[in-house]
Structures are given as structure tokens and as C-alpha cells.
Design a protein around this ligand. Sequence first.
Ligand code: UGA
Length: 494
Amino acid sequence: MIANRVPSIQVTVTDTNARRIAAWNSANLPIYEPNLVDLVKTARDGVDGKHDPNLFFTTDVDRAIAGADLIFISVNTPTKMTGHGAGRALDLSYVEAATRKIAEVAESNKIVVEKSTVPCRTAESVRDILAANGKPGVHFDVLSNPEFLAEGTAIPDLLYPDRILIGSLSNDEGITAAAALVDLYAQWVPRERIITMNLWSSELAKIAANALLAQRISSINALSAICEATGADISEVSYAAGLDKRIGPYMLKSSVGFGGSCYKKDILNLVYLSESMHLPEVAAYWKSVVDINEWQKDRFAKRIVACLYNTLTSKKVAIFGFAYKKNTGDTRESAAITIVNILVAERAKVAIYDPQVKEEQIWQDLWANSASLNETNECVSICKNAYDACIDAHAVIIVTEWDEFKVGDFSDSEINLPNGVNGHSSDPTSEKMHRGIPGTQPREPQTGLDWSRIAKVMRRPMFVFDGRNIVDAEKLEKLGFRVECIGNARSGSR
Ligand code: UGA
């Protein structure tokens, strides 16, 4: 991403991937994020002639670099797959390629901003490459400005950030460059939330924040196993602990395991850094956060197998959700990938439904992690809605906490209950009559699923494995479901 100096900010996003840029220039953006379309459209297309467009997407990288004052390097830094540090260190090849390109093209001074998550002291390499390859007389300042927004809440995180972090060298040039970036953010962020510090602290603070957030989730997930074994309830334990101001309530929701492109990658990078600094105890500490996460996914899958009488062969199970969290179509490191592959290895028939994830993405993720492509293709199907996924299923497995999977309030449609459940009879006229009564409140738009409809089509006994603790287990039990939650005596007491 490339920005001109304030006050008339022009932002040009440039990428060598023509398909991606075309998508950013179209009505169908390449990623799903609540309210992103409106924000992009306003800036990219202008509004009713009142505002000129100031957001541009282009594959013309050279031109974008040439015209910019500030250049944000926002490229991927995946985990290295081969060579020294494989499986732990970050692959910095895209950062280096972008840096070399800037040095090669720039004909005027630039402030180069590391936006990608990078290992501590990467700015040193960036400075070195720019200095060695830049044109004579062209000066580069390098800043670190890590990104803290989370998927699903990216727009509010962007508009009302907890903090903006800017790292620079502590010499005059570094401080002047940092001030230019402060001015840019100060257009919409209160100055007291814009923090400046030294480059290496800023780089490390990003990875530290993610490691600490993930560590909280692994801690609560480790406690969830104790809850299941003792009859305690993890939601109550988490609530009670979170009331302590020093602990706070956030990131303490027990789950089937954290996913996303960052936590695992960043922690493994911290492990690698610790090992390189000859700090094996520190490395082992952070590694355990990732290990608990893997264990939690495996533990959940084992419980599914055990509850379904230790055989899944040819049994249909419905998977609700494939994204790594709600309100995103992103599947990177999603717990769903691990869970589905374990179920496929057990020869279950797995029907997947996710409201946002594209079908080809699901196949890609499963194939990339599958032990046998034939088995995956034979065992997995992808459904257009949650109800279809449940036809003839023995179990529903909730992997993503989409609101639409909750138990909807279909109180006046209890007519849909299977005969005998709750003693209701099937009188298809009653709901229509209720809607027609003058003076009754208009119905709120329905959120959640009509689980009574699901109960009608599933095999008995019907199981729900709630990997996110989002369903009202008591309501479902009244409908005849057996509900297994994470870290809850409901499952532990069986
Ligand atoms: C995370 C951080 O929250 C952001 O601050 C950071 O900028 C971002 O990584 C990044 O480095 O790019 P993100 O991965 O989008 O953001 O999402 P989170 O909301 O942190 O959730 C990560 C995973 O943890 C999800 O699978 C989520 O379901 C899980 N989670 C989250 C829990 O299992 N329990 C919780 O209490 C919270």
C-alpha cells in the first residue's frame, strides 16, 4: 500500500497479481469483511460527485512506487517450509523482493513502512538493502508500523484502534520520519493512542501481542479439559477469572482451538527466535501454547469418535462452519481442516456447510492436508445450507461460531417439533394464525437455526458437538439432542 503525504491523502494499493487487483476494482472484493465493501466503494468510486476518489488499485508497481511519499510493505510472511528454520522461521522472501523493487525504482526520498509482521531486527535488513541498491542521492527512512486489526472486526479496529504503534531509529531522521506517519494516522486516531518507540521494540511488540493473546486461549482451553474431568463449567470459570481487572474478560472463550494465519505462525517464529538466542526454556514455553492448541483439536475429535460408539464408518456427520472464526471467509489454520481430516480418516461421510467460505477453498484446504485424496473426495460433500447438511446425519459438529448456528427463537413455530417432543402436535395452521392476528408485534428477522427442523431429519440418537459453546444446550436437549460442549460438566458427567 502506498500513500502520499497528508493533507490530501491518495492511497494506491499495488500488487503483481492482476486477478486480485481486478477483484479489488470490481463489485466483488477478493475478501469478505463486514462493511468493507461500503468503505472501499466510498473511497474508490467517490460519493455522488461530492468526494473525489482517493483509493486506487493497480498492477503498475513502478508507477505506484515512483509517485509515493510513504510506502507500506504489506506482503505475506508465511512460515518457511524448507531450509534452515523450516516450520518455524518466517519466510521473508516477499519482504526482500518488495524492498529491492522500491530501491530499484525510487527516484525521490521515501519513507518505507514495515506493515507486514516480521521478526525482530528485520528493519535492519530492509535499510541495508535499500542503502545498497538505491539510486544515488535517494534517501530512505525505515519505520515499523505493525497491524493489530482482527478479521471480522477489521473496520471498527481500523477506525477506533486501541493503539497505533510506530517504531523508528532514535536519530533526528528517524524521529522526523515517524512524525510524518503520526500525522497521517492523526487524521482519524486521537494522538494519545499513537505510540512511538524504538524499531526493535515495535517489531517484537507485534509478535508479543499475538503470542499473549494465543496464550490466553490455550490457557483457557487447558482449563476446559480440567472442567470436563471435574464437573466445573469453563464459561463460569472464565467469567469469574475475567472479572479480575488484572485479567480482564477478553480472549478467554474456550474453543475447539484457535486458527487464523497469525497466532501459530507468530508463536513459532518466537520459538525460533528464542532457540537462535540459546533460550531453550523460553522456546519450550511458547511452543507449549501451540501444542495445547493442537491437542485441543485432537481431544475434540476423539470425543466425537467415542460418543458415536467408536465407529464412524459410513456415518454421516454435519460440519457447521469452516472459517477459522465468524464473520470472515478466511480458512487459514482453521480447526475445521484438522477435524474434517480426522473424521475422513475414520471413514465418516462429512457434509460441510459454511455461510461464507467458497466451495473451492474448502476443497483446496482439505486436499492440501489430506492423507488420501481419494478418501477425501469420497467422504466429503459441501452443502448450500445447514439443513441439507443434517439430512440423515448422526451428529452436528459446530466448528465456527457463526450466529446463524445458534438456537433460533422459533417459539411460535414449535409446531415443527417432531411428534412426541415437548408434547406438541403438528398443527401447521397455528403459526400462520398467530402472524395474522391484528395488533401483534411484527416478528424480528430470524437469527439462528430452526433446530426442530434439523431434529426431524437426523438419525437417532442425535448428537451436537459444540466446539464454540454457542448453542443453548438445554433447549436442544428438550428437542431430543445430546449436546457435548467444550469444558462443560454436561459432557464430563456422562
Ligand atoms: C489476531 C489478533 O487478534 C489481531 O490483533 C492481530 O492483528 C491479527 O491476529 C494478526 O496478527 O493479523 P485474528 O487472527 O483475525 O486476529 O482473530 P482473533 O479474533 O484474534 O481470533 C484468532 C482465533 O482465536 C480464532 O480462531 C478465534 O475463534 C479464536 N479465539 C479467539 C478463541 O478460541 N477464543 C477467544 O476467546 C478468542
